[in-house]
Ligand binder design. Structure first.
Ligand code: MRU
Length: 350
């Protein structure tokens, strides 16, 4: 399986996604500032992968500290969490992961620095392992909605590279293939960062799953030609009512799918559901540097300094979403009820 991110004795190792598919370079980060920059610059990206990187960044920030008075240690921990939290605003997994690290810290903050470090590293590694497990569970349940012979359109990259491994939307496709189904993928190239053309195509080809890259503006044409049977995408944040924030362009795909009577599915672990966000209107959409639109891999494609807009995500209203595949089961409308039910903590044994 592709190794997206790993905790090692030398530091946090990440596959540099800015260089794929032409170069496969692993980078080792030894301080939290480096991890924060890797998240911001998208060396690592994709909501669940950002969550794991955030947790590992927090653990790294509390590593190799001298014994400090508790108040000073608290200040340091607060600064590390704030720096990691300020990297990217849309994917809720980042904040979910930092909150989990905060809960662990609160439990052990009166211990020695060795014990604090051990507990934080353990929690970050646990999140890494849990993410792979939850993607496999999501895949197993989600693939039941994928018919044999399906031609599946996906947008962006919601694969092994966007998670600790296996993937969400691509995890569903991998699980369908493992279940013996024939599946063919159409990958939107996903301007401007080209996650579909560079990353989805790369990882599916590695697995021998048939994939055809199309430019984003071809999706409607292929739907109308009856060349697409269903759409499966990932999510960066799902509001309590089922509105879905995902890579810019997802909304257009969902509307086209509705127009063409094609089911539109979202695949995401419950850690992507934000029950505190009533609907998609409140989700903060990241605005990225305009040069990511003006240039492709360093080559300028627009007049110099032309004004550009660059919202990195959009919100698809839940009425377009046929089902939300999660690691705890498949949610259907009305999502306010089904998501709340799936996200409820499991009952504790009496
Ligand atoms: O800007 P990115 O590449 O981090 O955006 C990624 C996406 O929008 C993915 O579809 C989403 O995070 C789900 S990844 C399993």
């Amino acid at each position: 399986m592709i190794k997206t991110i790993e905790w090692t004795d030398a530091g946090v190792v990440m596959l540099d996604q800015l260089l794929l598919p032409t170069e496969e370079v692993y980078r080792t980060y030894t301080d939290y500032e480096g991890v924060a920059e890797a998240i911001r610059s998208m060396v690592i990206r994709g909501a669940p992968a950002i969550g794991v990187a955030a947790a590992m960044g927090v653990a790294l920030g509390m590593k190799d500290l001298p014994e400090l008075p508790p108040e000073e240690r608290d200040r340091r921990f607060g600064a590390v969490c704030a720096a990691i939290s300020a990297t990217r605003p849309t994917a809720v997994n980042l904040f979910w992961a930092v909150d989990r690290m905060k809960r662990v810290y609160a439990r052990v903050r009166h211990e020695g620095s060795g014990e604090i470090r051990r507990a934080l590293v353990e929690e970050a590694r646990r999140m890494h392992a849990e993410d792979i497990e939850s993607n496999r569970a999501l895949g197993r349940m989600g693939q039941e909605l994928i018919p044999d012979g399906a031609r599946v359109l996906t947008h962006c990259n919601a694969g092994a590279l966007a998670t600790a491994g296996y993937g969400t939307a691509l995890g569903v496709i991998r699980a369908a293939v493992e279940a013996g189904k024939r599946v063919e993928v159409f990958a939107d190239e996903t301007r401007p960062f080209l996650q579909g053309a560079r990353l989805t195509a790369w990882e599916l080809m590695k697995d021998g799953i048939p994939v055809t890259v199309i430019t984003d503006n071809m999706a409607g044409h292929f739907m109308k030609q009856k060349a697409i049977d269903c759409v499966v995408v990932g999510a960066d944040r799902i509001a309590a009512n089922g509105d879905v924030a995902n890579k810019i362009g997802t909304y257009a795909v969902a509307v086209l799918a509705r127009e063409n009577n094609i089911p539109f599915y979202v695949a995401a672990p419950v850690s992507t559901v934000d029950l505190e966000m009533p609907d998609g209107d409140g989700i903060r959409i990241e605005e990225r540097d305009g040069d990511e639109v003006r240039t492709i891999r360093g080559v300028r494609i627009t007049p110099e300094n032309v004004p550009v807009a660059h919202p990195a995500f959009d919100v698809t209203p839940s009425r377009y979403v046929g089902a939300i595949m999660t690691d705890r089961g498949v949610a259907r409308a009305p999502y306010a009820d089904s998501l709340r039910g799936l996200c409820a903590p499991p009952p504790t044994a009496a």
